[in-house]
Design a protein around this ligand. Structure first.
Ligand SMILES: Cc1ncc(COP(=O)(O)O)c(C=O)c1O
Length: 455
């Protein structure tokens, strides 16, 4: 059959409150035209993030009931540990309350002033946790990643030449090498198995451990299966094992490819590092058999890990975003291509060329999507990155709007609705105006800044 259906039936539903245009205009004004300020029950389709927003399965909810809340040695921990190790066979698996807690623990040990940590692209919490220790986070993604039209199948790959040169020149400052799969900050683009293996070989030659930020490991493995020479007939599970077999450790947010609403882990092979990490964990998160989680959360993650490598699910997952992407291209809406694993990224600067970057074309598009259709998306552009520490402003490299798809939450008719709202936005595109910021904090302004539409 041609149609790729949602490979699940719906057993529990959450009603969506359908708001009117007038209501949404009032709500936008009250929120200072910042979509983070909206109440989520005033949103029709919430594409703000794919993190922690997954629908859990019947198996996961059953597993929640089995959760054992013992302080130490809970069987829920051992089920969690064995589910992780079935895919990523690291010697030590250390649960944390979410991905950034794993990062904070890792970099409190390997970071510090004078240290350099290279990656394809560090996600912002990873960069933040590295920089908080005084170390430097360096992004070495291939040049194609910066061109929204470049049709490279693995735009998340690290530039091996630049990595080699960095390690040759400043190797003694580099404690670990990292790779983010898929590359969220670069548009959810995958990293090839060949690139993972080559990165591991270079790191090993220089005596450096390789750590993978594995948040979207299953989506990455699916892209490897679909796009990489020689991988077509293989099971996703085997590809996942191959991805991690050459690594020395990983950080993980279970809020992505484990279908959990909270959770994460740090996993690694080195006994000394693991012991230091557990000592830190006890200070900041909790005892090593629960990290910052309840036993029931560990059970939900364990069950989610069995489900996420399902090929029918991954086919539907990646296809949903491609489907929206294809329809947007047909409408003449510029997007980052190829479409990534968890989101469609719209190039708002090219879509709204009459709005200069410092009038925030991304925010203007995001506001229009909410006003006209109740869709909440996320500006990733000058609002997010344009404020410098001295208070001055620069245009970000790109002004994008991310439509991040929660896992197993929306159906094809929701996807069609998103496309219809874009049709309306396209009709009104010349009427869209920029915004100005009337109030903002000194850092991370995108969360709380208040705007006003320009006349
Ligand atoms: C690639 C990547 N790494 C790390 C994180 C941080 O995970 P968490 O939100 O669970 O702290 C995220 C979250 O979006 C991410 O996308």
């Amino acid at each position: 059959m041609k149609t790729i259906i949602e490979p699940f039936r719906i057993k529990v539903v959450e009603p969506i409150r359908i708001t009117t245009l007038e209501e949404r205009r009032r709500l936008l004004e009250a929120a200072g035209w910042n979509l983070f300020g909206l109440h989520s029950d005033d949103v029709i389709i919430d594409l703000l993030t794919d993190s922690g927003t997954s629908a859990m399965s019947a198996e996961q909810w059953s597993a929640v009931m089995r959760g054992d809340e013992s302080y130490a040695g809970s069987p829920s921990f051992y089920r969690f540990e064995s589910a992780v190790r079935e895919l990523m066979p690291f010697r030590h698996v250390i649960p944390t309350h979410q991905g950034r807690a794993a990062e904070a623990i890792l970099f409190s040990i390997v970071g510090g002033p004078g240290r350099i940590i290279p990656s394809n692209t560090h996600f912002d919490t990873t960069r933040g946790n590295i920089e908080a220790t005084g170390a430097q986070a360096v992004d070495l993604v291939i040049p194609e990643a910066h061109d929204p039209d470049a049709q490279h199948p693995f735009k998340g790959n690290i530039d091996l030449g630049r990595l080699e040169r960095l390690l040759a020149a400043s190797g003694e400052q580099v404690p670990i090498v990292m790779l983010t799969v898929t590359n969220n900050a670069g548009g959810g683009q995958p990293v090839s198995l060949e690139n993972i293996r080559a990165t591991a070989a270079i790191a090993r030659r220089h005596g450096k451990p390789l750590f993978i930020d594995g948040c979207r490991f299953a989506e990455n493995a699916w892209f490897i299966r679909c796009r990489e020479h020689g991988q077509a007939g293989r099971s996703v599970k085997d590809i996942v094992r191959d991805m991690f077999a050459v690594a020395d450790g990983m950080t993980m947010s279970a809020k992505k490819d484990a279908f959990a609403n909270i959770g994460g882990w740090l996993a690694l092979n080195d006994d000394g590092l693991a012991s230091a990490a557990r000592n830190r964990l006890i200070l900041t998160e909790g005892f090593p058999t629960y990290g910052g989680l309840a036993g029931r959360d560990l059970e939900a993650i364990a069950a989610g890990l069995h489900e996420i490598v399902d090929e029918q699910y991954l086919r539907y997952r990646v296809r949903t975003n491609e489907y929206i992407g294809e329809k947007l291209i047909a409408l003449g809406v510029p997007i980052v291509r190829p479409v990534g694993g968890h989101a469609v990224f719209v190039d708002a600067r090219r879509f709204l060329p009459h709005i200069p970057p410092l009038h925030y074309p991304g925010q203007s598009l995001a506001v229009a999507l909410y006003e006209l259709g109740g869709i909440r998306a996320c500006e990733i552009g000058t609002v997010m990155f344009g404020l410098r520490p001295d208070g001055s402003e620069v245009a970000a490299d790109m002004d994008l709007v991310r439509l991040a798809m929660p896992r197993r939450v929306y159906t094809q008719s929701h996807a069609d609705y998103v496309v219809e709202v874009f049709e309306e936005v396209v009709r009104r595109r010349d009427e869209l105006r920029g915004l100005r910021i009337v109030q903002q904090p000194a850092q991370l302004r995108h969360f709380t800044a208040r705007f006003e539409p320009l006349p």
